[in-house]
Design a protein around this ligand. Structure first.
Ligand code: IMP
Ligand code: MG
Length: 174
């Protein structure tokens, strides 16, 4: 089966406009308050890098790598492959994600980080696929809502590939 990634869904200039809008919302909402930004690896590495360079408050950048799986008797469990390095107690924390799909990963991650008693905890995602949601999770900041298609580029991958595209493309299997 061949993979076709010819169809552009979101252009690079639309991504730049999205970054401008999100960063002005964040700069407005947080003002001069220090912020810990937690990028979710690996998909959010480009988005995190682009976003933090547009933020005006003092920022600490950290990363976590997590995955969620649905167990036989549970609605979902979180596996932490890499935890963050900073203590978030009493801090404003912003989770930065590439895409929200079923919502499982972020719902579980939010529960985990809330136990560490941050001052505030919000979610900023580059892309949102609300049609696939199985858990009631609404990101506080959303870049671009996308249809129910598998997309790659701007950090998002298929088997580790295509993260380097500077636009978003739809994957077609032919
Ligand atoms: P969920 O919201 O827990 O279902 O999982 C979200 C994660 O699934 C994201 O962080 C991505 O890693 C991955 N994912 C979901 N949809 C896509 C897609 O269209 N392209 C690439 N990765 C995706
Ligand atoms: Mg991911």
């Amino acid at each position: 089966m061949a993979i076709n990634t010819d169809q552009v869904l979101v252009s690079h200039s639309e991504i730049e406009q999205m970054l401008e809008r999100l960063s002005s919302e964040l700069n407005r909402d947080y003002g001069d308050e220090p912020l810990i930004v937690v990028g979710i690896l690996t998909g959010a590495f480009i988005f995190t890098a682009d976003l933090v360079r547009r933020l005006e408050m003092p920022v600490i950048v950290d990363f976590m790598q997590v995955s969620s799986y649905v167990g036989e008797f549970s609605t979902g469990e979180l596996k932490i492959k890499k935890d963050m390095s900073y203590d978030i107690k009493g801090m404003n924390v912003l989770i930065v994600e590439d895409i929200v799909d079923t919502g499982r990963t972020l719902a579980l991650l939010k529960d985990l980080l809330l136990k560490r008693q941050p001052k505030s905890l919000k979610i900023c995602t580059a892309f949102d696929k609300p049609s696939r949601r199985v858990i009631d999770l609404v990101p506080d900041y959303n870049g671009i809502t996308v249809p129910d298609e598998f997309i790659v580029g701007y950090g998002l991958d298929l088997d580790g590939k295509y993260r380097d595209f500077d636009d978003i493309r739809i994957v077609r299997k032919e």
